[in-house]
Every structure is written in C-alpha cells, then in structure tokens.
Design a protein around this ligand. Structure first.
Ligand code: GAL
Length: 362
C-alpha cells in the first residue's frame, strides 16, 4: 500500500520543549507516531515514557499509562517512577549492601531498610542526552546517560543507552545497552504503569493477566526475595492462564498480605527468548491488549498497591490499584543471591536487553 510505504520512509517524530529542571537543564518531549495513529511520548528526564495513546475496539484513543502533562509532576517527590527507566539497579537491594570482587558497596537506603531503584537519585531523576534515532522501520529516540564511578555508591563509570522505537505493528520496542570500566552490577527496567481502560480509570482490578511464569521469587516483609524459587501452582500467583487481577488479590495468602497485593518477581519460563510471549494483559471493556516480550529472565508484576489517590495526573486521580506494571528485569536483590541469574557487568562486556510491548484490541 502506498500509504504504508510512504509512512515507512518518512518516520513521524516530533520534538518539543517540556520545560527546564531547577538547575536549568532543558527537557525535551518527543512524540513518536505510527501510521495507525498510535503515539508514544518520551521525555529525557529519567528516560521516561510520558504517554502511550492507543485505540480501543471502537477506535477511540486514550492514554494508557499514568503520567503527568508537565515536568514539575515528574520532578516532584511524589512521583512513583511513572514511566521511568529504573537503574542503576532496578528493584531492591537488601540493606543497600552487596559484595563484589570481595569489596562491600553501600547504596543509600530509600525504601525502609533497603535501596530501591538505584538509591536516592536513580536514573529516573537524571537528565539524559537524547537524539532522533528514527529509521525506515519507524520513529525512534535514543537516550544516553553516563553514570559516573561511585554515583549512588555503585562502582565504575557506566555508559547507558536506551532506545525507544515504534513500528507500524503497534510495537513499542525498548533496547537497553551499557558498558562499564569497572566490575559493577546493573539491572534496568521501564516502570510504566498501565491502565488499558485509560489513565485515571478507577481501578485496574478488572484487567486480565497472563504471565508465562511457573515460578516466582517469594519475598519477606521488606519485599526482599528469600532466595527461593517457588512454584505458582495452587497459589493466587498462578497467572499461567489469563486470570482477572482482582479475583484473588485479597485472598488470605501470605505473599499477597506482605506486598498488600501483587508485587512479586515472576521467573519467566523462556528467559532470553524475545519471540516467546512473556505476559499478556487484556481490559474487557475497551478491548485493549498488551503483549510483552523480553530478553530478561523476570517480570516484577506490581498492582499499584502504593497508589492512594493523592496523585493527580493525566486522566484524573490515581487511586489504589488503579494501574499495573510489567517490569521486565533481572531478579530483585540478585547481587546477594548467587543462585539468581548474575547482574554483574565486566569491563569489555556489552550489556544488551530488549523488551517489546505490542498493543492491539480484541
Ligand atoms: C515497584 C516496586 C514496588 C514499589 C514501586 C514504586 O517496582 O515493586 O514495591 O516500590 O516500584 O512505588
């Protein structure tokens, strides 16, 4: 079709100013658009996804991720990592402490006794360099950040690149890469909060979820993995077949009580296989669907248990459990669990990771 050809050779990317940080750094808003009209907005503050607009089954567009329409929302202390790239170590490190090459490292504690999403000022609060990286396949933005040696306590100068691209099959692809000049640990994810009925909808509990995971990493009272890999069989964490999120979330099951809902790392059955479906989410009223594919070994499935109606963002007020995340990643606290896939990156090695979110309707 001439239209598709034309669209392929003229990728649609718009760049606008999105304000300045308190230190005067310019933040840009990139809008990636495909021929189907799907739009993804990226900002270089925290390398964040600020908006994803997709059609429902009646061809109505809505924003399906939680976020703000202004920079100050993202900068405010209340922001719970909306759409951000979490790093240098996404998820928790117990007591903010780990040993690497016989040396102890300490990351600032910002989540009770633990370090969460890279410490006090993680990658979500850094200003990234950004550029148009569009190709014949569609619009793309590439973001780069140099995390200096010892930043938030992590060893090694780490060069990180994140590339967001959108194709005409409604696939948002995220490619992460990194190199270091000293041994370090690294875990990167995107922290988008999805509500397929539209951001600001009262709840996400009606969403149906499939996670291709026969096991999960059970947590203790501070949400740190015990180290076990436990079967999901016979538990409310069995999402191997599509199940409605709200149907078991209030069950009297210890893991759900500890996390006040779902907030566990699921061990994917096909780690490293980008062609295997890792997760699927369906929202019955809009008919919107997300399918997730990843090279990562795990997914943190979190049901917005800490949202409490105090944040007002795009689409309205964000209530308790009004969104869910599919944080493709290595397992939480891996630096302290020798039996988990390693998160160590050595000089001379290139870290590479890809996640694809494909949007459709049914
Ligand atoms: C998630 C984490 C939750 C919560 C959230 C941010 O990645 O699993 O426990 O901390 O980030 O509010």
């Amino acid at each position: 079709m001439p239209l598709a050809l034309n669209a392929q050779s003229a990728p649609n990317l718009r760049k606008e100013n999105f304000g300045k940080t308190p230190n005067g750094r310019q933040i840009f808003l990139y809008t990636l658009r495909n021929p189907a009209g799907m739009e993804v907005k990226i900002i270089n503050y925290g390398a964040r996804i600020a908006s994803i607009r997709v059609m429902d089954r009646n061809k109505k567009f809505d924003d399906v991720v939680l976020g703000f329409d202004n920079l100050s929302g993202y900068i405010s202390k209340n922001d719970p990592y909306f759409g951000a790239v979490a790093g240098r170590y996404a998820n928790r490190i117990a007591h903010g402490t780990f040993k690497l090459d016989g040396k102890l490292f300490h990351i600032p504690l910002n989540d009770g006794p633990n370090a969460l999403h890279g410490g006090t000022i993680g990658f979500d609060r850094r200003v990234w360099d950004s550029k148009d990286a569009s190709t014949a396949d569609g619009p793309a933005v590439e973001l780069h950040y140099l995390s200096p040696d010892s930043e938030e306590g992590f060893p090694g100068n780490l060069n990180v690149t994140v590339r967001y691209s959108l194709n005409n099959r409604n696939e948002l692809r995220i490619d992460y890469s990194a190199t270091t000049d000293k041994d370090t640990v690294l875990n990167l994810t995107n922290h988008s909060y999805f509500n397929l009925a539209g951001a600001g909808s009262e709840t996400a509990l009606n969403h149906k979820v499939m996670l291709a995971a026969s096991r999960f990493t059970p947590i203790d009272g501070t949400l740190i993995p015990t180290g076990a890999l436990q079967s999901v069989a016979g538990t409310p964490l069995d999402f191997r077949k599509l199940a409605t999120v709200g149907s078991r979330i209030n069950d009297n099951y210890e893991q759900l009580k500890l996390a006040k809902g779902y907030d566990q790392n699921f061990v994917l059955d096909h780690p490293g296989d980008l062609s295997a479906l890792a997760a699927k989410v369906e929202e019955p009223n809009s008919g919107r669907v997300i399918e997730a594919f990843t090279t990562e070994p795990g997914i943190q499935f979190y049901t917005g248990n800490f949202l409490d109606g105090t944040i007002h963002g795009i689409g309205g007020v964000y209530r308790h459990r009004s969104a869910l995340t599919l944080e493709t990643q290595h397992f939480p606290d891996s630096p302290n669990h020798a039996n988990f896939p390693s998160t160590v990156l050595h000089p001379g090695q290139k870290f590479q990771s890809t996640t694809i979110f494909r949007f459709s309707t049914e």
